[in-house]
Design a protein around this ligand. Structure first.
Ligand code: FAD
Ligand code: AMP
Length: 479
């Protein structure tokens, strides 16, 4: 007789491990299956986010930014620094952080009495999970509820097949042991911009090739345009309307062919090429044919608003289902599903999910863009406050960018916030909280903010939405 659990989670990324912990906290007998094996042959938890995603990329972004600041920005503060980089040490520090955090998940599993099962999980009919361990031995488990959290993997494109030597995906780009002199990046999305920034700061000449003709098409376009200008100044050569159509590895370099908007062909030679053209849901080997779980036309596991799949008692969360491919979205869905299984009635608010690009300055957004609000035909006010007018940003010599707040013209309810600037990720969270509470721009404007803080730019942008910011000349004057 196979062991029976209340809940089995397949996948221990931020969707799966958080779901498992929450289920166990609620008194459910829970197991989490994970197949990820590290270079040292050990199974690790944490999924993409902890191993090859959010955390390692942020570790390298922070290290490379410190290097850039010391090399180029300290002088203005009257500090004369002579700096050099040790890339291997930088990568080693990143690896140590990953190790601490993935080990931390294992610790949390133990503390919460989540059973860790190593191997590849496959959902069978009748709420059974077959796990094949790394020696090929299979064991079948049963559960009242099963949560699929198998995540996503990078998309590969035929014109640039990853060889993990010269042409890499985002995982390979976190492992370079020296700075490539000429670096090509395919795709000016979130991951391409972050990884391009890391190596640009460390000294690579970076060319980003993007097929679309607009930059950061899904972001608020005023913020996207401002960001594009800032990146240009930083030396990131972002070429829009440039579709990569081929690549040829020649010895230690790669020749990339791309077409511009007129269909004209160009070639560029790089020492390394990072392919960052998006991610796709990962369901390989996850579902037996009779499991009863349907996929949608794009290969995502089909779920309803509550993350229920088409098979009773089977749920799915995170990158493997519709919605933004973000760690915090995955985790929140994990919590909601665990609580639903335990009989509670939580709902997830998909309208207020912050989205961040961790370049410098950061780009962060929550809610609707101006383009979306306009398309929805709603009357709105916009308040903008530039960091150039912030005392704290000036003190930090970090004055690029702005906070933009969009509020409904009649109700004043905040509809969206879009920021490019220092600490944008943390600033946008303040507006996210306000939006969760149904705040008006006036509510934010009436809140007392500490001085001098970068946060004051949020207050001023909210005041500006109603025409009475204090530290800038207002475009619209209202009482
Ligand atoms: P994953 O993290 O992909 O985890 C899925 C897990 O399931 C994996 O461990 C996998 O091994 C396991 N698995 C799959 N199939 C099976 C099976 N059959 N049996 C057992 N185990 C299985 N998001 C952010 O919010 N912020 C960021 O800053 C950010 N930065 C990123 C940077 C990079 C370079 C990348 C690549 C991604 C980044 N993301 C970021 C996205 C984020 O990593 C994902 O949204 C998040 O990891 C999704 O979580 P998940 O739990 O759905 O899936
Ligand atoms: P994201 O989905 O945010 O990770 O971004 C991936 C980006 O890669 C998108 O903006 C795509 O337009 C871009 N992209 C996809 N294929 C190509 C290609 N062949 N050449 C250039 N850019 C591409």
């Amino acid at each position: 007789m196979s062991e029976k659990f209340d809940v089995i989670v397949i996948g221990s990324g931020p969707g799966g491990y958080v779901a498992a912990i929450r289920a166990a906290q609620l008194g459910l007998k829970t197991a989490c299956v994970e197949k990820w094996v590290n270079k040292d042959g050990k199974t690790v938890n944490g999924g993409t986010c902890l191993n090859v995603g959010c955390i390692p990329s942020k570790a390298l972004l922070d290290s490379s930014w410190k290097y850039h600041e010391a090399k180029d920005d300290f002088e203005v503060h009257g500090i004369d620094a002579k700096v050099k980089i040790d890339v291997k040490k930088m990568i080693g520090r990143k690896d140590d952080i990953v190790k601490k955090l993935t080990g931390g998940v294992a610790g949390l599993f133990m503390a919460n009495k989540v059973t860790s099962i190593e191997g590849t999980g496959k959902l069978l009919a009748g709420k059974k999970v077959e796990v094949t361990d790394h020696n090929g031995k299979s064991t079948t488990y049963e559960a009242e509820n099963i949560i699929l959290a198998s995540g996503s993997v990078p998309v590969n494109i035929p014109p640039a097949p990853v060889d993990n030597k010269i042409i890499v995906d985002s995982t390979g780009a976190l492992e370079f042991t020296q700075v490539p002199k000429r670096l090509g990046v395919i795709g000016a999305g979130v991951i391409g911009l972050e990884l391009g920034s890391v190596w640009n700061r460390l000294g690579s000449d970076v060319v980003v090739l993007e097929a679309l003709d607009s930059f950061l098409a899904i972001m608020d376009q005023q913020i996207a345009k401002e960001s594009q200008k800032i990146f240009k100044k930083q030396g990131l050569d972002i070429r829009l309307s440039c579709r990569v159509t081929g690549s040829e590895v020649k010895g230690k370099e790669v020749v990339v062919t791309y077409q511009d908007k007129d269909g004209k062909e160009h070639q560029e030679t790089f020492d390394k090429l990072i392919v960052c053209v998006g991610r796709r849901p990962y369901t390989e080997g996850l579902l037996s044919e009779d499991a009863g779980v349907k996929l949608d036309e794009r290969g995502f596991i089909y779920v309803n608003d509550l993350c229920m799949t088409s098979a009773p008692g089977v749920w799915a969360v995170g990158d493997v289902v519709r919605g933004p491919m973000l760690a915090h979205k995955a985790s929140e869905e994990g919590v909601v599903v665990a609580e639903r299984i335990a009989g509670q009635k939580p709902m997830m608010n998909y309208d207020v999910i912050p989205n961040v690009i961790y370049t410098h300055p950061e780009i962060a957004a929550v809610g609707r863009t101006e383009e979306q609000v306009k398309a929805d035909g709603e009357p709105y006010n916009v308040g903008v406050f530039p960091f150039a007018a912030s005392g704290r940003a000036m003190a930090a010599n970090d004055t690029h960018g702005m906070v933009k707040i969009i509020a409904h013209a009649e109700t004043d309810r905040v509809l969206g916030a879009h920021i490019v600037g220092p600490s944008a990720a943390d600033l946008v969270q303040q507006v996210a909280i306000a939006m969760e509470f149904g705040s008006s721009a006036e509510d934010i404007g009436m809140t007392v903010f500490g001085h001098p803080t970068l946060s004051e730019a949020v207050k001023e942008a909210a005041l500006a939405a109603n025409g009475h910011a204090i530290h800038i000349a207002n475009r619209k004057k209202r009482k």
